[in-house]
Design a protein. Structure first.
Length: 71
C-alpha cells in the first residue's frame, strides 16, 4: 500500500510539472502571437522568425517526451 501511495505521489508530481511546463509554453506562444501581430511579416527575415519559434518548438518536444515517459 505504501508503494502505491509513493507511485501516486510521483505521478501527481510529474503531472503537475507537465501542467506548469504547458502553461509556460502556452503563455510564451500567446506573447509571440501578440508580437507577430505588431510586425509586418513581410519585413521579418527567416532567421528572426526561427529565433523566435525554435525555443518554443524545443520546449514542446521536451514536454512531449516527458508525457511519453509517463505513459
Amino acid at each position: 500500500m505504501q508503494q502505491l501511495d509513493e507511485y501516486g505521489e510521483h505521478f501527481h508530481h510529474s503531472v503537475y510539472l507537465i501542467y506548469l511546463e504547458l502553461g509556460q509554453v502556452s503563455s510564451a506562444l500567446s506573447a509571440l502571437a501578440a508580437m507577430l501581430d505588431q510586425f509586418n511579416l513581410d519585413t521579418l527575415e527567416c532567421e528572426q522568425m526561427y529565433c523566435l519559434l525554435e525555443p518554443f518548438a524545443r520546449r514542446l518536444q521536451q514536454t512531449t517526451v516527458q508525457m511519453q515517459e509517463l505513459a
